[in-house]
Design a protein around this ligand. Structure first.
Ligand SMILES: Nc1ncnc2c1ncn2[C@@H]1O[C@H](COP(=O)(O)OP(=O)(O)OP(=O)(O)O)[C@@H](O)[C@H]1O
Ligand SMILES: [Mg+2]
Length: 159
């Protein structure tokens, strides 16, 4: 409930349609689901914390459990996109779609994309505050991976 309210307020502040408004409009179209999928963001401004590793594995587990999953690569480095491309080149099974959206308008696009999936997993960027903020606004659930070192724990406390 709190998350929904926060997303609605954020949408109002940024001038975008609220998730509820988007949902209502989309429900008029045939073949669309009633509710958007759950948005899970992997975020930590510290580099190398394990965001991409966990995002790709979490998306894989959710897909293998029978869910429709989309992974959004919100990191300009495009590591998740590289990973997906490498899998395709190696002829490995495609469990879910991976799309690059490293823009700070991500939170305005996410509700629409989530209508097509049960889970929308966002692989967040390191050190790009505006992008990370946008992913935070888009998310129903934020997971903050932390490597077991003092430097990583200190950096993660800034959230
Ligand atoms: N659970 C884990 N246990 C051990 N090593 C891990 C784990 N998760 C990630 N790593 C390793 O840590 C390194 C960084 O992981 P990853 O690229 O996923 O981090 P990241 O937060 O996405 O980095 P960046 O901020 O650069 O995008 C990689 O070498 C990866 O193999
Ligand atoms: Mg990464």
């Amino acid at each position: 409930m709190e998350v929904t309210r926060a997303r609605t307020e954020a949408a109002q502040k940024t001038g975008s349609a609220s998730p509820e408004a988007v949902q209502t409009a989309e429900n008029r179209l045939p073949g669309r689901h009633e509710r958007p999928g759950r948005v899970i963001a992997l975020l930590n401004q510290k580099g190398g914390a394990g965001k991409t590793t966990l995002a790709t594995h979490l998306a894989g587990e959710l897909a293998m459990a029978g869910n429709r999953v989309t992974l959004l690569d919100a990191d300009p480095q495009g590591s998740a996109l590289d990973w997906a491309q490498r899998r395709l080149q190696n002829g490995q099974e495609r469990l879910y779609g991976v799309f690059g959206l490293a823009r700070d308008s991500l939170h305005q696009e996410a509700p629409q994309i989530a209508l097509e999936a049960d889970y929308l997993v966002i692989d967040g960027p390191p050190r790009v505050a505006a992008l990370a903020r946008s992913a935070l606004l888009a998310a129903d659930l934020v997971l903050i991976p932390v490597q077991p070192s003092a430097y990583d724990v200190w950096a993660s406390q800034r959230w």
